[in-house]
Design a protein around this ligand. Structure first.
Ligand code: ADP
Ligand code: MG
Length: 615
């Protein structure tokens, strides 16, 4: 069959353009990327060979060979792993299907200079080869198949695929080096790069030097070595490999569990939020090994979703080697490992929680961890201890214990308010009374915050209560009242207020559930609150965004008896025919309350008309 010409996916072309023009000085990382891929390919075949030994075809001694050829000015990285067939070549090398590179693309700023310098940090996987090569050729044959293939590209929009005879199993990637990149033909230079970036690779990485081939790495799985022998750089390089990551690990946890169940864990918490952390599949990312053999990186039983930010490996001594992915489901040993992992990770986080940089972790992953409050009943108390919240009194996130320790006299509940945006939330009219009394309120801005307080109920016997829902009960709280000694603002007389409220109720009818005098407002004239048992306003908006909300439940309109406008209106409310005159005012005020809340107006045109009539 003749050579076929195909085009790269548009994103790949864009990426390659950046790579080729990359100004990045640390180009040597291309080798790390290609060795990382070769190692993954060997892991995949080793696993497949457990159940289909014929795939190995007698060759189960996995290795990676790096061969420079000075005469041809080429560098070849060859593995005897799983290999690629035609379809794999098109899908995996012609499109951006995978993690590392997709993460890079998601951070592109559009500023070519900045983006080019990012390439070195991210690696961009296979495509890194084009930093040093003007042409790349892949000669490959997939394990279990007889047809080999040759993939070739100069990285300029197109690639070709042709059948190749006598291709050995696995993949060998040949780089035709650019002018000026001859350093990658020096065996000594290559050995040093392998040692620096790929020492943790568990199979031998041989560098050919004339006739000799010598392993340039330690070739033992990093997690099996003792902690004392591993440098922070080695941990970091391993994290980059295993996590397809590019940042520094925020936390490295390496331990051996002994006793009832034996396993080794080498776990990392990233310092930066992975771009897909809120992907709806909520998949965990740890790799499971059994006696150093890679089994799967797709085992949801290994870790609860709320710890899905973890990267790393778990290597079990006790699971059978020939375990299939299906057998992993509902496996009692695995669930013990899971319990052990959760315990260990939460204990480690607890140790870190007093450190100044805990806020880094919390800002990246707090929203994920809080899912556990909702899902993991057994660990709820531990998780509550790890939670941090911004409040009306603190821009730094604080622990609930701190909140509880400074609750006001007479304050029975932990108050909170939910919304999308911290700045807008701080200005919520529902908070005015709390702020005036010095009562602290948690400012919650993650979608999950709508769900866990209901499930958790209370902390240290103090119930969670919404500051924007039900009665505010502020009169019972005495601790902070008049902190500045200011006299309470004058309120409209209660009979006048009663008349005003009656007029408003008449005008608004079913549009509101109730109208009442507020004790939570001090500055604003009106606000909306949800009734005790009804869905909160922010949750309803969230659900509506996802087309999940049913009919809108009517809300309670609270009016502020101390506000100058309300006092004046109350003064008019007892006069003859007042109800008619107040009807438009009532509607205007209700719409105003909706606007402050961020609710859409049911009839904006009517609002505009009424407003214009008043101006
Ligand atoms: P990533 O490693 O993050 O998946 P890469 O760009 O490095 O992204 O590689 C893309 C894909 O190409 C890999 O996921 C794999 O499927 C395939 N691939 C790359 N190198 C090899 C190889 N040596 N053997 C088999 N498949 C490979
Ligand atoms: Mg890769």
């Amino acid at each position: 069959m003749a050579e076929e010409k195909l085009s790269f996916q548009a994103e790949v072309s864009k990426l390659l353009d950046l790579v080729v023009h990359s100004l990045y000085s640390n180009k040597e990382i291309f080798l790390r990327e290609l060795i990382s891929n070769a190692s993954d390919a060997c892991d995949k075949l080793r696993y497949a060979g457990l159940t289909q030994p014929e795939l190995l075809d007698g060759d189960g001694a996995f290795q990676i060979v790096v061969t420079p050829d000075k005469a041809a000015r080429t560098l070849t990285i060859a593995d005897n792993g799983i290999g690629l067939n035609r379809q794999d070549l098109v899908e995996n090398l012609g499109t951006i299907a995978r993690s590392g590179t997709a993460a890079f693309l998601s951070t592109l700023s559009g500023d070519a200079k900045k983006d080019m310098s990012l390439i070195g940090q991210f690696g961009v996987g296979f495509y890194s080869a084009f930093m040093v090569a003007e042409k790349v050729e892949v000669l490959t044959r997939k394990a279990g198949e007889s047809q080999g293939w040759r993939w070739s590209s100069d990285g300029k929009g197109e690639f070709t695929i042709a059948e190749a005879d006598a291709a050995p199993r696995g993949a060998s990637i040949t780089l035709f080096l650019r002018e000026g990149e001859d350093e990658y033909l020096e065996p000594e230079r290559l050995r040093r790069i392998v040692k620096t970036y790929s020492d943790h690779i568990a199979l031998p990485v041989l560098v050919a030097d004339g006739e000799t081939r010598e392993a340039a790495n330690s070739a033992s799985a990093l997690w099996t070595r003792s902690k004392a022998e591993i440098s922070p750089e080695q941990y970091k390089e391993f994290y980059h490999h295993v996590g397809h990551a590019f940042d520094d690990p925020w936390l490295t946890l390496h331990y051996k569990a002994e006793g009832a169940i034996e396993y080794t864990g080498l776990l990392f918490v990233p310092s930066q939020k992975p771009f897909d952390i809120f992907h709806p599949d909520r998949k965990q990312h740890l790799k499971l090994y059994v006696k150093r053999v890679f089994i799967t990186d797709d085992c949801d039983e290994l870790l609860p979703s709320y710890l899905r930010f973890l990267r790393g490996v778990v290597d079990s001594q006790d699971l059978p080697l020939n375990i299939s992915r299906e057998m992993l489901q509902h496996n009692p040993l695995l669930s013990k490992i899971r319990t052990g992992l959760v315990k260990r990770v939460l204990a480690e986080l607890k140790k870190k929680a007093a450190d100044a940089d805990y806020a880094t972790f919390w800002d990246s992953f707090g929203a994920v961890l809080k899912e556990g409050l909702y899902e993991d009943f057994e660990r709820r108390a531990d998780l509550l201890e790890l939670c941090r919240f911004r409040t009306t009194l603190s821009d730094e996130p604080i622990a609930l214990s701190t909140y509880i320790a400074r609750m006001k006299e007479g304050q029975e509940a932990i108050y909170m308010i939910t919304g999308d945006d911290l700045a807008a939330l701080k200005k919520s009219p529902q908070l005015e009374g709390f702020i005036a009394k010095g009562v602290e309120v948690l400012l919650l801005t993650d979608p999950i915050d709508e769900f866990w307080p209901g499930a958790v109920g209370s902390c240290q016997d103090k119930p969670f209560r919404s500051a924007a829902q039900g009665g505010a009960d502020l009169s019972a709280i005495t601790g902070g009242e008049g902190a500045d000694g200011a006299p309470k603002a004058e309120a409209a007389p209660s009979d006048a207020m009663a008349a005003l409220i009656a007029a408003f109720k008449l005008a608004l009818g079913d549009e509101v559930k109730d109208v009442r005098a507020s004790d939570r407002l001090t500055e604003s004239a009106v606000c909306l609150v949800a009734d005790e048992g009804d869905m909160g306003l922010h949750l309803e908006r969230l659900l509506r965004q996802h087309q999940q909300a049913g009919a809108r439940p009517p809300r309670i309109l609270e009016v502020n008896p101390t506000h100058a406008l309300i006092r004046r209106l109350a003064g008019e409310a007892q006069a003859e025919g007042a109800a008619d005159r107040l009807a438009d005012t009532a509607r205007l005020l209700l719409d105003q309350a909706r606007i402050i809340e961020g609710e859409p107006l049911p009839d904006p045109a009517a609002f505009a008309r009424r407003l214009a009539a008043r101006l």
